[in-house]
Design a protein around this ligand. Structure first.
Ligand code: ZN
Ligand code: ZN
Length: 365
């Protein structure tokens, strides 16, 4: 049995179709047929060679939903259900070691220094080779956290939970239980920023303001109920601040969420916060240019600046249930579907920022 997979052999080059022999499964490992995978904004950086975690050659793709083809032993999902052939599943892209200080003592397994990530830090030279979702098949190892999905759930939609949804949930886990009466500014209209808009609404924010440079994405934002959409190409940085001060009685936002992955947004984000505000830096996944920060502003405004790094199984779990309960809204996120073979076209569409979410259907036969 073989798997056709899209491989990154050289940075800055298109992915290449390769055939792999499917090896013997590891103990309690699973062979999964990918149904849909998602292109994450960070895949573009990885292909450019900007993510220091990525070895070559590699099958990228850290968001996927698939069907179990074979299990070498026994494996349960996060609801304690025994998994079977034919089950529709999603999995946590990261596998923490479960043994170290961060896993055992701090209980922040997303910080585990030994965390292995499908489609990010595992070369296809490493057994069991099929370790990314841009592939006909993926092999999930024993320690992978898996969630069995309802049979009738739309796998193209559930792809959103894998990285985008889980990371956004991680950010909101740092906030108090509800956002009633609060103003939340989200910088960046990609999937992560938009998912954050939907979560902010659900948790009860009074005002949700999205700043983005893509008019297509801003149109979707209007449909998902964002209160104020700001096109940063049309409205200057001074005017943007004025709009937010006007809404907040001159105070500034309670919470700003950075979902651009770009350090240039950070100084504006800090400036938009009220005294005592919270800044969540969610979108950064690769090393960035250093920026000058006004420490006095941070101290005198009593700001909290919180980095958010990846996610863990509990975040994925919440993201899955959140998407299942809000299918109509999240179906607006899927702006482009390509076949897996056409992934390089999908990557081009992502680069232009016209798309919100690009998903890939595995239609190898
Ligand atoms: Zn991602
Ligand atoms: Zn660990």
């Amino acid at each position: 049995m073989k798997s056709r997979s899209m491989v990154l052999e050289e940075f800055k080059k298109p992915l290449i179709l390769k055939e792999f022999d499917i090896p013997e499964l590891p103990k309690n490992g699973l062979l999964v047929k990918i149904l849909f995978s998602g292109i994450c904004g960070s895949d573009l950086y990885m292909i450019e060679g900007k993510d220091p975690r990525v070895p070559l050659p590699i099958i990228l793709g850290h968001e996927g939903v698939g069907e179990i083809i074979e299990i070498n032993g026994e494996k349960k999902d996060l609801n304690d259900e025994i998994l079977k052939k034919g089950d529709l599943i999603i999995w946590n892209r990261g596998i923490a070691c479960g043994e170290c200080f961060y896993c055992k003592v701090a209980k922040e397994s997303y910080l585990c220094p030994y965390r292995k990530v499908y489609g990010i830090n595992r070369s296809c030279r490493e057994y069991p080779y099929l370790l990314g979702a841009f592939s006909e098949y993926i092999i999930l190892e024993e320690k992978t956290e898996i969630i069995k999905l309802p049979k009738d759930s739309d796998p193209s939609l559930m792809v959103l939970a894998g990285c985008t949804g889980a990371t956004a949930v991680h950010a909101f886990d740092f906030l108090s239980n509800n956002l009633m009466g609060k103003t939340v500014v989200i910088q960046g209209g990609g999937p992560l920023g938009m998912f954050s808009c939907v979560l902010a609404r659900y948790i009860g924010a009074e005002n949700i303001i999205l700043i983005s440079g893509s008019s297509k994405r801003l149109n979707i934002a209007r449909k998902i109920g964002v209160d104020l959409v700001i096109d940063r190409n049309e409205i200057s940085i001074q005017e943007r601040k004025k709009k937010i001060l006007d809404i907040t009685h001159g105070r500034g936002a309670d919470i700003v969420i950075e979902a651009t992955g770009n350090s240039n947004a950070i100084l504006e984000g800090i400036d938009l916060l009220r005294r005592g505000g919270i800044y969540l830096i969610v979108g950064v996944s690769t090393p960035q240019e250093k920026i000058p920060i006004d420490i006095y502003e941070i101290a005198s405004k009593n700001l909290t600046i919180q980095g958010i790094w990846v996610s863990e199984g509990s975040h994925l779990y919440k993201a899955v249930s959140f998407i299942l309960r809000n299918k109509d809204i999240f179906s607006l996120f899927i702006t482009h579907k390509f076949s897996l073979k056409e992934i390089n076209e999908g990557l081009e569409v992502m680069k232009k920022r016209d798309a919100l979410k690009v998903v890939l259907e595995n239609d190898f036969e």
